[in-house]
Design a protein around this ligand. Structure first.
Ligand SMILES: *[C@@H]1O[C@H](CO)[C@@H](O)[C@H](O)[C@H]1NC(C)=O
Ligand SMILES: *[C@@H]1O[C@H](CO)[C@@H](O)[C@H](O)[C@H]1NC(C)=O
Ligand SMILES: *[C@@H]1O[C@H](CO)[C@@H](O)[C@H](O)[C@H]1NC(C)=O
Ligand SMILES: *[C@@H]1O[C@H](CO)[C@@H](O)[C@H](O)[C@H]1NC(C)=O
Ligand SMILES: [Zn+2]
Length: 290
């Protein structure tokens, strides 16, 4: 290869872009969507709350450290899944829900302003249609989250549930109107639904119709989903990992999400890298054949 006037230009070019060529794509961003289980975890007022009973938490006589606890709780409390069987006699129990129903692309419908005005608000078909007008049709096989911005009240029972007593007639929190559940099962094909309140039906419900309508179609529900405020409207994958209870009507569930790597900084880096490889190769070829 001859040394030409282009050589310094080429060296400068390589020096300038080299760091970018080796730059790895940014790590995916994970978002925790579960509450921890402890004394403060909110359960349905009539349910058995979480108990974590210490058996050992100290150094033993033999010199090693040993800690162990017993746990007990109702299936339906804290961040948990409702299996379809919860309200539908022959539908899936917790162990029967296929894994591909628990993992996948998800969307969030923001109902926070309506819930802020009325804590007994129920999501209507018109709310779902309004979301679609802005964001496109709710895709098939999607996981649908309804965001009431209720998590900011957790773990205060009085503001989260509407009562800190055992009287369920005092429950006041937003939910999904039966009309919206009917609209969803008739017109769309969602595979899992989630709310950031204690129940998919609103607190004042006595027939739990959304439970009945959705679970009859084997669509499980996630309740007390945490930190939904950190999620975008779309562009994320949700993972729900319920405790594997044989014959269960639900169970404690770890839920988390990963943001899709569609953000512009990542795209820009990838684009720059391809452009660089092209340019470096071109200049290199040019110099060789000079
Ligand atoms: C839970 O409550 C029990 C009994 O009141 C108490 O001994 C324990 O320290 C509490 N645990 C936590 C994690 O707060
Ligand atoms: C742990 O063990 C030490 C020494 O064996 C003892 O003094 C202490 O009280 C123990 N702590 C608890 C919480 O049992
Ligand atoms: C709720 O009921 C349980 C038992 O049914 C009782 O132990 C508890 O004290 C009650 N709590 C309130 C706040 O009424
Ligand atoms: C629910 O749907 C029924 C039947 O279409 C309708 O009569 C009723 O007004 C709807 N309720 C609400 C709150 O929109
Ligand atoms: Zn439940």
């Amino acid at each position: 290869m001859k040394v030409t006037m282009w050589t310094p230009v080429f060296c400068l070019f390589v020096w300038f872009w080299l760091p970018l060529l080796g730059k790895a794509a940014p790590k995916p961003e994970w978002i925790e969507l579960s509450y921890q289980f402890n004394n403060g975890t909110i359960y349905w007022p009539t349910s058995l709350a979480f108990k974590h009973i210490r058996l050992s938490e100290n150094f033993t006589g033999a010199g090693f450290y040993y800690s162990a606890y017993d746990i007990s709780a109702a299936e339906h409390g804290g961040t948990h899944i409702d299996s379809p069987r919860h309200f539908a006699a022959n539908k899936w129990t917790t162990d029967q829900i296929p894994l591909d129903r628990l993992i996948g692309p998800a969307i969030k419908i923001d109902m926070s302003s309506k819930a802020a005005q009325n804590r007994d608000y129920q999501v209507l078909p018109s709310d779902l249609e309004a979301w679609e007008e802005k964001n496109g049709k709710i895709p098939d096989d999607i996981i649908l989250l309804l965001f009431f911005d209720w998590g900011k009240r957790w773990p205060d029972k009085l503001t989260y549930l509407g009562t800190d007593t055992n009287d369920t007639s005092l429950l006041h929190f937003p939910g999904i109107h039966p009309n919206a559940s009917r609209w969803l099962v008739k017109n769309r094909k969602i595979k899992l639904i989630g709310v950031d309140t204690a129940s998919i039906d609103y607190g004042q419900s006595t027939l739990y119709e959304s439970h009945q309508i959705l679970y009859e179609r084997n669509i499980p529900g996630l309740e007390n989903v945490a930190h939904m405020d950190k999620l975008p409207i779309k562009g994320f994958t949700l993972y729900a990992a319920p405790m594997f209870i044989t014959g269960g009507s639900g169970g404690p569930c770890r839920i988390f999400a990963r943001l899709d790597k569609e953000d512009c900084t990542v795209n820009a880096a990838i684009r720059l890298r391809s452009v660089n490889i092209f340019l470096v190769t071109t200049v290199f070829m040019f110099l060789i054949f000079l």
